[in-house]
Write a protein of this length. Structure first.
Length: 120
């Protein structure tokens, strides 16, 4: 591994559906403590690989994209993914709908829905 690469020491929850339930368990920190960044990308454990010197800039860009959204919406999205990942599709969609419903009373969602409806 070169100094321009990083390592990954854990898996992302939203990768379980893509990888199948067995592979993330096999790649846990006890069994497979270090994974090369490019291997992690090939396995779908990370979205992209960036040079180590650019990592902080990319992380800040991601954080800026996330914080543009209301905290309630971000929380609902994360909850929907983590709670629905191992459920059958009909149950997962119900979890997603329930999480969306938690955001409806917020001003940000009300404004966003109004803008969307006015465009269409």
């Amino acid at each position: 591994m070169t100094s321009a690469q990083s390592t990954v020491r854990c898996t992302r929850h939203d990768s379980i559906a893509t990888l199948g339930i067995d592979r993330p368990h096999k790649l846990n920190a006890l069994d497979y403590p270090t994974i090369d960044a490019h291997r992690a990308a090939g396995l779908g454990l990370v979205n992209r690989v960036v040079p180590a010197g650019e990592l902080l800039d990319h992380a800040r860009e991601l954080a800026e994209r996330v914080i543009r959204h209301p905290a309630t919406a971000v929380t609902a999205c994360l909850n929907a993914v983590t709670r629905g990942i191992n459920l059958p599709i009909d149950e997962a969609l119900a979890v997603e709908a329930a999480q969306f419903a938690t955001t409806l009373p917020t001003q940000g969602v009300t404004d966003g829905l109004a803008r969307f409806l006015n465009r269409h």
